[in-house]
Design a protein around this ligand. Structure first.
Ligand SMILES: Nc1ncnc2c1ncn2[C@@H]1O[C@H](COP(=O)(O)OP(=O)(O)O)[C@@H](O)[C@H]1O
Ligand SMILES: [Mg+2]
Length: 261
């Protein structure tokens, strides 16, 4: 029926088409909480297979924006597309791995039980769940803690388990809200190596961070301040454009410019 009702032309007109090189497209998005205008005319295009960093100080609107992209929150105006489909879209939920800023885990269950529960929600078979549980727990260096209840986990361990959960079902899109907070530098390095491997396989990653050294590891960056995107480009571009040698300096410069306008 849908094929008859929706002509290909309409699809083209209404949304970025499926072979669009951009995995995520955000157009003129605004979001307010009561009188607090939190996102102001956000426009963003994220190519397939890229690691895209969203950088900005606490409270600037990063979490709100990634929640809209992941389909958890609705914008007041504007449009958001993931894989060519308008968000929010229930049917896309199994294509997006979302890692929330605050860990959404069942603390009385073990890590393995948490993964099993989420795996079954995503429709994975028992054998697949078992295989992926081993893989993802090894990746986040928690293999020895699979049978521990989550309430016995430290903050950093919970963060790592949340990451394992987001990638459990091999989604083509990952939306990760401050994935490496509280994770030690060595493990952070290996997690970033994994992000690059996933991107090389065609997975698109949107990662928020306020850690400036992580910004250099992203293919593209958007700097955010007070609900606006103030600069976009590669880390190199953003620095060269204004003749500075670090992403911190670039951030201060672009942030300052915005205040002067
Ligand atoms: N559910 C909510 N209700 C009301 N205000 C909110 C809510 N979520 C976020 N905010 C406000 O929106 C602004 C941006 O928050 P957030 O998106 O969490 O920023 P960031 O992730 O960059 O720290 C803040 O002023 C915050 O207080
Ligand atoms: Mg946040």
């Amino acid at each position: 029926m849908l094929k008859i009702l929706i002509k290909p032309k309409d699809i083209e007109k209404n949304s970025p088409c499926l072979d669009n090189p951009h995995c995520i497209v955000v157009r003129n998005v605004n979001k307010s909480f009561g009188k607090n205008h939190v996102l102001k005319d956000i426009n963003l295009e994220i190519p397939n297979g890229h690691i895209y960093g969203l950088l900005g100080p606490s409270g600037c609107g990063k979490t709100t924006l990634v929640k809209i992209i992941a389909g958890i929150l609705e914008a007041n105006s504007g449009e958001t597309y993931v894989l060519g489909q308008a968000m929010p879209q229930l049917g896309l939920m199994n294509k997006i791995g979302y890692m929330a800023q605050s860990d959404a885990l069942y603390s009385s269950l073990t890590a393995g039980e948490n993964l099993e529960f989420f795996g079954s929600i995503y429709g994975m078979s028992k054998a697949e769940i078992k295989r992926r549980t081993e893989e993802v727990m090894e990746l986040v260096n928690l293999s020895a803690d699979i049978h521990k209840p989550v309430q016995a986990y430290s903050g950093g361990m919970k963060r790592r388990l949340s990451l394992a959960m987001a990638i459990m079902h091999n989604p083509p899109v990952l939306v990760l809200d401050e994935p490496t907070v509280g994770i030690d530098p060595l493990l952070r390095k290996s997690i970033w190596e994994e992000f690059h491997k996933l991107a090389a396989q065609g997975v698109t990653l949107l990662v928020t961070t306020h850690v400036m050294d992580e910004a250099d590891k992203c293919d593209n960056l958007a700097m955010m301040r007070d609900g606006r995107l103030i600069a976009k480009g590669t880390s190199q571009d953003l620095q060269e454009r204004i003749g500075v040698q670090s992403i911190e300096e670039a951030f201060i410069y672009y942030g300052g410019q915005q205040n002067e306008n």
